[in-house]
Design a protein around this ligand. Sequence first.
Ligand code: CP
Length: 308
Amino acid sequence: MKHLIDPMDLSVEEIDQLLELADDIILHKEKYQEVCKHKKLATLFFEPSTRTRLSFEAAMMELGGNVLGFSSADSSSAAKGETVSDTVRVVAGYADIIAMRHPKEGAPYVASRKVDVPIINAGDGGHNHPTQTLTDLMTIKREKGRLDNLTIGMCGDLKFGRTVHSLIKAMSRYENVTFVMISPEELRLPEYIIKDVFERNNITYKEVRTMEEVMPELDILYMTRVQKERFFNEADYVRLKDSFILDEKKMETAKEDLCIMHPLPRVNEISTKVDDDPRACYFKQALYGKYVRMALIMTMLGVSADEN
Ligand code: CP
């Protein structure tokens, strides 16, 4: 793996290895605290982020490495009209590995064609978010003990939600996973994912318009925010933003061992009253993101604890 642009760039075996390494990092943090000494990670974020950027930076620091970068297009020379290609060519001379977020679909792929240092897609428009997918897979594996034989409900903005698109692709490779897509008509999953992933692979799925009708079936409920920044029209966003709100009442019919996930940030779609429910996994999920990114940085840089 030279670059990570799409979740399908990783084989199932590579994902297993990353999740195993992340588990070992949690158990033996001291073993890993210098593995990236003298290495540098650049975080080039042309779009806002809290978790992805800061967990990448924390991950590199906990591996003994250094970080540099910018957190918005406005604070980089993109504001003066510099292209993504020129930016990464320059930064490749300053860093050993680059994590990049960009509002345009495909921008990290274009960047990866220009440089030899590994590029990680940290989210490109409404397209993919492969390191969130690794975070989600790690959460499912640790909380449910498996990645197969699951019914997973995905709720909210399934049209623009890149975390949903990436997780569907990744989960489609495991046995007996059933998908339940819960969204308003206007925010339903893009047709190309239904055709290319569900239909092509004979995967069981259904689309519904209410949470109540499917809550008792779900092993995992993956909530998402309606993404204001992807709407062309403010009135449509206002009309759709509160389509689904998970609250204590809806939790009454859910399984005892339901795992509630959310890539975060949350706006209104999960009541804060659900946060203390033991089935709420979203803050743990954000923490797992740091450990799996540590595993990813190590793997992409080709370093291991055994060499130290
Ligand atoms: N989950 C996620 O991508 O969060 P941020 O936008 O805060 O990075």
